[in-house]
Design a binder for this molecule. Structure first.
Ligand code: UD1
Ligand code: CA
Length: 455
């Protein structure tokens, strides 16, 4: 059977109090709507259509990598109206459509699949996902009769008695496409909010003698995010799931409560993660690494056996068995080789550092290519910026850069050369030579005694 998905993402999300459309707020580093899209795809739905409206351009931009189609809802007249706006997408299709909301990112692939299976096996026109909530405030209530679900009543339209119902509508459904399209024509906005409710489709189908089923799942999965408070709850649930997945895969996480790993981060087994780490974006950490406390690593590749401590690594790669930190700052587009050392208070910007090279302390390297087996003394500065332009520094293999050296770019330091401590290098250092670029020391004999006798 043909199966597709429609995701509702046209609302503004007033309760978020944000410039950003609600569905673009992130949970564990990924926009809520993208969580829902990815889950739909993983559940095997062939086509995904996203209904956009408020902030449509932004929503399209942020979902563009995911090959979805869009419907446009000009005015936000309710969830039923939103689906009416997807008519062009649905018209003429035979099969099932899963309708989910873009503000409920915690739904699991297995649950989507179970809902579809329930729909198929039960021969229903519609199935609703429900959950039981201790505090169902704000959710639509599931009203049951002897045969099953009779209707859904929105919180604001509930009678005193209906408000006591704890079974709520998750806002997630699977419909037979043709039945859905027919009943959408019959929606009215005769309710407390003056909106066209998708939820009214259920009573319409029932009144036509069609079968409506329901499947109940854990309420945690159905949490809709309407405010920043709920966003933080979703974040916490997602974070626990992500950490658990990595632990099951063989990663040791000493304190999952203080370990923040984005959805798309990959970590290989036998890596050890101490508390206070923030691993973001598409970071990949290979096996056997030790991630000591307090790092932020974003969109970077950390090869096997690396240790990192109290450092920031952005859009860079770190070679095998290299050590980073404490207090290193590795900025975008840097490539650090194997068995290297980037020590304390070292900043590397858009530079490559070769294998076995040691940059142990208090050094800045920017826009440079550094070879292998080099040693940087404490306090080296690559002077890459002349106030207008950035220039490049090239250092060969096996160079020894003495402490407190300035390398005024553009400049080249050839293989096997030495630079004396305190030098300001402005010209090429030839291979195999020693460069000294500082004033000669002068000792004035007896100076102290002479000064004292003059007093
Ligand atoms: C909706 C359900 C409610 C359910 C709850 C679960 C209706 C009428 N109510 O209520 O039964 O318990 O979700 O979370 O469906 N949207 C549009 N266009 C619109 C209005 C909304 O695209 O005109 C989108 C929003 O962007 C959002 C989703 O639909 O992603 C849900 O809308 P929201 O206003 O949050 O509905 P709820 O009041 O939460
Ligand atoms: Ca909602």
């Amino acid at each position: 059977m043909y199966k597709c998905a429609v995701i509702l993402a046209a609302g503004e999300g007033k309760r978020m109090k944000s410039e950003l459309p609600k569905v673009l707020h992130k949970v564990c580093g990924k926009e809520m709507v993208n969580h829902v899209i990815d889950t739909m795809r993983a559940a095997g739905l062939e086509e995904v259509n996203v209904i956009v409206g408020k902030g449509a351009d932004k929503v399209k931009e942020m979902t563009s990598s995911r090959q979805v189609s869009y419907s446009f809802q000009d005015k936000q007249l309710g969830t039923g109206h939103a689906v009416i706006c997807a008519k062009d997408f649905l018209q003429g299709k035979k099969g099932a459509v899963a309708i989910f909301t873009g503000d409920a990112p915690l739904i699991k692939v297995e649950t989507v699949q179970s809902l579809i299976k329930h729909h198929e096996e039960g021969g229903y026109s519609a199935v609703i996902l429900t959950s039981i909530m201790e505090n169902p405030q704000g959710y639509g209530r599931i009203i049951r009769d002897a045969e099953g679900v009779e209707k859904i009543v929105e919180h604001k339209d509930c009678t005193e008695e209906q408000l006591l119902v704890k079974e709520v509508n998750a806002g997630m459904y699977v419909f037979d496409i043709e039945s859905l399209l027919e009943s959408l024509n019959k929606l009215t906005n005769d309710n407390a909010q003056g909106e066209y409710y998708l939820t009214d489709v259920i009573a319409i189908l029932k009144s036509e003698g069609k079968r409506v089923g329901a499947l109940t799942t854990d309420f945690e999965e159905t949490l809709g995010v309407n405010s920043r408070v709920e966003l933080a709850v979703a974040e916490q649930v997602m974070r626990e799931r992500i950490n658990k997945k990595h632990m099951i895969n063989g990663v040791t996480i000493i304190d999952p409560k203080t370990t923040y790993i984005d959805s798309e981060v990959e970590i290989e087994s036998d890596t050890l993660i101490y508390p206070g780490n923030v691993l973001q974006g598409k970071t990949i950490i290979k096996s056997g690494c030790v991630i000591y406390p307090n790092n932020r690593i974003q969109d970077s590749i950390i090869e096997k056996g690396v240790t990192v401590q109290s450092s920031v690594i952005l859009e860079s790669s770190i070679g095998e068995n290299t050590t980073v930190g404490p207090y290193a700052y590795i900025r975008p587009e840097s490539v650090i080789g194997n068995n290297a050392r980037i020590g304390d208070f070292v900043e590397i910007k858009k530079s490559t550092i070769g294998d076995n090279t040691k940059v142990s302390h208090l050094t800045y390297i920017g826009d440079a290519e550094v070879g292998r087996d080099c040693n940087f003394g404490c306090g080296t500065v690559v002077v890459n910026y002349d106030g207008k332009k950035k220039h490049k520094t090239i250092i060969g293999n096996n160079a020894f850069i003495g402490c407190n050296t300035n390398l005024v770019s553009p400049v080249e330091v050839k293989d096997n050369s030495y630079i004396a401590a305190g030098s300001t290098i402005t010209r090429e250092v030839p291979s195999g030579s020693l460069a000294i670029a500082r004033a000669k020391q002068v000792n004035i004999e007896g100076w102290v005694n002479r000064r004292n006798s003059n007093k």
